[in-house]
Design a protein around this ligand. Structure first.
Ligand SMILES: [Fe+2]
Length: 260
């Protein structure tokens, strides 16, 4: 490909360069001998410049990919640190990630949006790292004050990830708003309806489904069929109706497999 680019550049150079249009220059000694070396030198420098630029571009791309990979590894380390602190989170984030992508597929989201759901699902609770372990692992329902404190994990999570994911605002939105209710009035910002980004509405459904079907110290796990009924019951008030319908469709096979 660079050969074509080089040819194009040389052509452009020839059309605008005073050296190329002159073609030959006379020696100042009056000998009358032509000097074609100038016109040969210019294309050679152009070619070298082009090759140098290609090499730099390639190095920059490789470094950017490497930085992205390291960044992702650092972010995942945070999620693993949380799993060590909060026994409930063990496996929860990964399942929420998988369920969110399944719902996104049902809604016809593109690959990039599905990748956002996968990462957002994995990181949605990372802010719990800033919540006391005694609250996270309390063997019983939380008081209103304790609930408010625990819900701060949404804001803390966004603050932790913001410097690392500045270019991925959709993941940050999931982290901050995955507990908002479509009917409004929830924490942290009391958003409602479509003011809550779609990705956050999807993760909200996936999060609730996994929470209901997981064992907690104070209650046994709910069956998948009962959890889906509960989602349907709260569609339109807590959960987005389309996201719940997509979750039902995505889980249908899974529920049937569990029931049989
Ligand atoms: Fe959460």
């Amino acid at each position: 490909m660079w050969n074509e680019l080089t040819r194009r550049e040389l052509k452009e150079y020839g059309s605008r360069s005073p050296v190329a249009t002159t073609n030959f220059t006379r020696r100042g000694n009056g000998s009358g001998i032509d000097r074609p070396s100038t016109t040969l030198e210019a294309p050679r420098i152009l070619l070298q410049n082009h090759l140098f630029r290609c090499a730099l571009d390639s190095q920059a791309r490789a470094q950017a990919t490497n930085i992205d990979r390291l960044m992702l590894r650092a972010i995942r380390s945070l999620a693993h640190a949380l799993e060590a602190k909060d026994s409930y989170t063990w496996g929860h984030s990964k399942r929420v990630s998988v369920y969110s992508v399944a719902i996104g597929c049902e809604l016809g989201l593109c690959e990039e949006e599905q990748a956002t759901l996968a990462l957002g699902g994995e990181l949605h609770d990372v802010g719990k790292i800033g919540i006391p372990g005694t609250l996270l692992n309390k063997p019983g329902p939380l008081t209103a004050d304790e609930y408010r404190d625990v819900m701060q994990h949404t804001v803390i999570g966004e603050r932790i990830l913001e410097p690392l994911l500045r270019s991925n605002s959709a993941v940050l939105a999931i982290v901050r708003w995955h507990h908002e209710h479509v009917g409004g009035g929830s924490l942290p910002d009391g958003l409602s309806g479509e003011a809550i980004p779609l990705e956050a509405r999807i993760v909200s459904v996936a999060d609730a489904f996994d929470a209901m079907t997981s064992e907690r110290p104070y209650r046994p796990p709910m069956s998948a069929a009962s959890a889906l009924r509960e989602l349907e019951h709260n569609a339109g008030s807590q959960f987005d109706q389309d996201c719940v319908a997509a979750c039902l469709a995505a889980m249908r096979d899974r529920v049937q497999a569990i029931a049989s």
